[in-house]
Design a binder for this molecule. Structure first.
Ligand SMILES: Nc1ncnc2c1ncn2[C@@H]1O[C@H](COP(=O)(O)OP(=O)(O)OP(=O)(O)O)[C@@H](O)[C@H]1O
Ligand SMILES: [Mg+2]
Length: 429
């Protein structure tokens, strides 16, 4: 099974890197020449329209590679382009000026030029290694089939004697395995090459980050104010009202205790009931802020306890080498809680799963279900709220939910873990 998965992953990656690397050079070179011509033609005036048009084409093509890097190698390449100023329509010199002043335009050109040979090299490496290895593996059967028709099998694997004939197939198998192993790395290398030129420069990334931080700070302040209002309202309408009625019942009981002990007893019983309700409401409120089980047993215990409360079986797998800070832990917990609530509410799923691990300096959380799919960030306030909450920690949420299912939510939450280690576990609730 593992061998099959290894072979499939290797072949898929080799196929993808070959597709990207071998098909792209002609497109890249054509776009590069078009770009240069369109820019030069500005002296004749046509470039004012042509250059922005060609740039749009180049950017759309670069987006294809950005998408491939994201979907196939999990390498996110943000678009580094400056925002189009208002009124800079096609043909307007401002549009042309906006284009040539954007460093990303020139980096795109560099990517087109340097990407052609780099892609070719990476794209061809996998298939060549694979064919070479398989050729070696096939040496013996081919020679035997040739019924001893002398030695000298191929130029790549020259076979002089019987020892060669016996040793070449294992060597070929080794090369084939090496090619399959290298496949995902070649794809990864291509994605990183693309990111180096298609992603924002350090300066642009910093400027973008400042913008993002300003935006998320406002969101966090708003969210905190809303949360405070909710707690205030819950306390006012819930526990506070119960405690007021409890006080009134006790006051009335105090008056009645000598005159009508039976009525006083009934009032005291009522008061006891109100105190129980107030306590339950306070507990509920606390659970909504920071569930005690999360504080005591961390994400592992918290999520398993959460899974047990759901009406469908949820597999929880948590492998953490320690605990993140409380705010991160809480954000992760509520993100999973919202995702699982959605599964129950919308997915019509028979099972769901939660997988949580920490690598590359971030918590990686995946919540999936086998339901009907169709989850969107814009459908309600739940998932959008999760995305905002994760963004406040520099994290991200990705929703993959084709109609017909399955739904997979992938969340990333940068953080460091503190020891001690909590043991990896798995459970079904
Ligand atoms: N696991 C899922 N399977 C199928 N559809 C989903 C799933 N999760 C979300 N959706 C769809 O995506 C939409 C957006 O989800 P979101 O959580 O943002 O809103 P909501 O659950 O409808 O409302 P709220 O969370 O604000 O109470 C939902 O209305 C639902 O149609
Ligand atoms: Mg929801």
């Amino acid at each position: 099974m593992r061998v099959k998965a290894f072979v499939r992953a290797g072949l898929t990656a080799i196929g993808r890197v070959a597709l990207l690397g071998l098909l792209s050079p002609p497109v890249k070179l054509a776009l590069f020449i078009l770009s240069v011509v369109s820019l030069v033609s500005t002296v004749a005036g046509v470039g004012l329209v042509l250059a922005p048009l060609v740039a749009m084409l180049v950017r759309a093509y670069a987006d294809v590679h950005r998408r491939a890097a994201r979907d196939w190698s999990w390498v996110e390449i943000p678009r580094p382009y400056r925002e189009l100023p208002a009124g800079a329509f096609l043909g307007n010199p401002r549009r042309w000026w906006w284009l040539v002043r954007d460093p990303a335009t020139w980096r795109d050109l560099l990517w087109l030029l340097a990407g052609a040979p780099a892609g070719l090299l990476l794209g061809i490496a996998g298939p060549v290694l694979l064919v070479y290895g398989l050729h070696g593996v096939l040496a013996m059967p081919v020679l035997i089939a040739a019924a001893g028709d002398s030695y000298g099998y191929g130029v790549t694997w020259p076979i002089e004697d019987t020892l060669d004939m016996l040793s070449v197939p294992p060597q070929g198998a080794l090369v084939t395995a090496g090619a399959l192993y290298a496949g995902p790395w070649l794809l990864w290398a291509l994605a990183h090459f693309d990111r180096a030129l298609l992603g924002p420069t350090r300066g642009a990334a910093l400027a973008r980050r400042v913008d993002r931080l300003t935006e998320t700070r406002t969101q966090v302040v708003d969210a905190q104010a809303a949360e405070l209002r909710r707690i205030e309202r819950d306390l006012h309408d819930g526990a506070q009202a119960r405690i007021v009625s409890l006080g009134m019942s006790l006051g009335m009981a105090e008056d009645l205790v000598t005159r009508d002990p039976a009525a006083a007893q009934a009032l005291i019983a009522e008061a006891r009931q109100a105190s129980g309700l107030a306590l339950a409401e306070l507990r509920h409120l606390v659970r909504g802020i920071h569930p005690p089980v999360l504080a005591e047993r961390g994400l592992d215990g918290g999520l398993r306890a959460l899974a047990l409360t759901l009406p469908i079986p949820v597999t929880v797998e948590v492998d953490l080498g320690g605990r993140p800070d409380a705010p991160v832990e809480s954000a992760a917990y509520f993100a999973v809680a919202e995702a699982l609530t959605n599964v129950v509410k919308h997915a019509h799923a028979s099972t769901a799963w939660v997988w949580l691990s920490h690598f590359g300096g971030a918590l990686a959380i995946i919540v999936g279900d086998d339901g009907t799919g169709g989850a969107t960030l814009s459908g309600g306030s739940g998932l959008a709220g999760v995305a905002r909450r994760l963004e406040a920690f520099d994290g991200s949420l990705r929703v993959d939910s084709p109609s017909g299912g399955p739904t997979v939510l992938t969340m990333e939450l940068p953080c460091v873990l503190s020891s001690p280690r909590t043991s990896p576990s798995s459970a079904t609730g």
